[in-house]
Design a protein around this ligand. Structure first.
Ligand SMILES: Cc1ncc(COP(=O)(O)O)c(C=O)c1O
Length: 307
């Protein structure tokens, strides 16, 4: 799906073709960008578009800018205003995926910290088939980047060279996706999603010390599973072999949403079909993001009916 016609560049709404930066900017030379991928969901009954967990995405972006020692850290209000204006300029009234990137624009040496730029764009996105069918994945030979090298909790563009290598290798080898292990061989995460296992009716997910992105969807799944579905969740170190002992596996992320994992390294997970708890989590997730239930209204930012 192509990026929509209007983007927001440094606060201005500009046509896609004009959202340009210099070829020698630090983001090109050194990967000095921090970014967010978010979703907006159309609720036809209410005639409203909801951005899901916008405040948390903005806070993570601001954290990334701080960790990367940017000269300037944008206010949360400014970031929200730019994003909403861009969605309105594109007249978005369907499900969509939004990307925002805060980057170092300066053409200078490695330690350059500014000037800082901001670009935001959106793509219309229909639901993917893998939500229904699930994905067959492999465990990568590429090791997950570690916190004392390139911290995965910072959503920095340079980090994704690691994710890309793993995903590309998996796809060339005929898999739908990939899981990565930490330096000490424990389960970390997928190339663009966090991972959950189901064992004996409990959810298990690698803890935040397992070199994962501190995922907003992971947090959503943990919170709603505990509070609304009455399911216990363990956040702990997870062995690779537990993937094969699990009754169900799924991964989750803003872009991926909640996707069943039906095989790992050609061994079926459980029955080899999406499992019942995975389906419950999935269905509940979609009700919340689309605003079909009153719970968690604080997670939904309305685009059209607002002051
Ligand atoms: C490496 C990685 N892990 C996990 C996630 C899921 O994070 P979130 O739920 O905040 O989108 C993403 C998605 O952007 C990701 O890139």
């Amino acid at each position: 799906m192509p990026t929509c016609e209007f983007m927001c560049l440094n606060g201005e709404i500009v046509p896609y073709r004009d959202a340009k930066i210099h070829a020698f900017s630090a983001v090109v030379k050194y990967g000095l960008g921090v970014f967010e991928g978010l979703r907006a969901y159309w609720n036809a009954g209410r005639g409203e578009l909801y951005v899901f967990r916008l405040a948390e995405h903005i806070e993570r972006l601001r954290f990334g800018m701080k960790m990367m020692r940017y000269d300037k850290i944008y206010d949360a209000d400014y970031l929200e205003d730019c994003l909403i204006r861009m969605l309105r300029a594109n007249e978005i009234r369907e499900n969509a995926h939004i990307r925002m990137i805060a980057y170092v624009d300066g053409d200078d040496e490695l330690i350059v910290t500014g000037p800082v730029g901001l670009v935001i764009g959106v793509m219309k996105l229909p639901p993917r088939r893998s939500l229904e069918t699930g994905v067959k994945v492999t465990v990568s030979a590429w090791q997950r980047i570690a916190d004392n090298a390139l911290p995965p909790r910072v959503k920095c563009t340079a980090n994704y060279v690691n994710n890309r290598a793993a995903e590309l290798e998996a796809k060339l080898n005929g898999y739908d996706g990939v899981l990565m292990l930490t330096a000490d061989g424990k389960l970390s995460e997928a190339s663009g999603a966090c991972i959950f296992l189901v064992r004996n009716g409990r959810l298990i997910t690698p803890d935040v010390g397992s070199d994962i992105l501190e995922s907003i969807t992971r947090d959503t799944v943990i919170e709603t599973a505990r509070r609304e579905l009455g399911v216990a969740v363990d956040e702990r170190r997870v062995d690779r072999s537990e993937l094969h002992a699990a009754d169900e596996v799924f991964w989750c992320g803003s872009g991926q949403e909640v996707v069943p994992v039906v095989a790992v390294d050609r061994l079926p997970v459980g029955s080899g079909k999406p499992g019942p708890l995975t389906r419950r989590v999935q269905q509940h997730y979609f009700k919340i993001v689309r605003g079909e239930v009153p719970e968690h209204a604080e997670w939904r930012t309305a685009v059209w009916q607002r002051n």
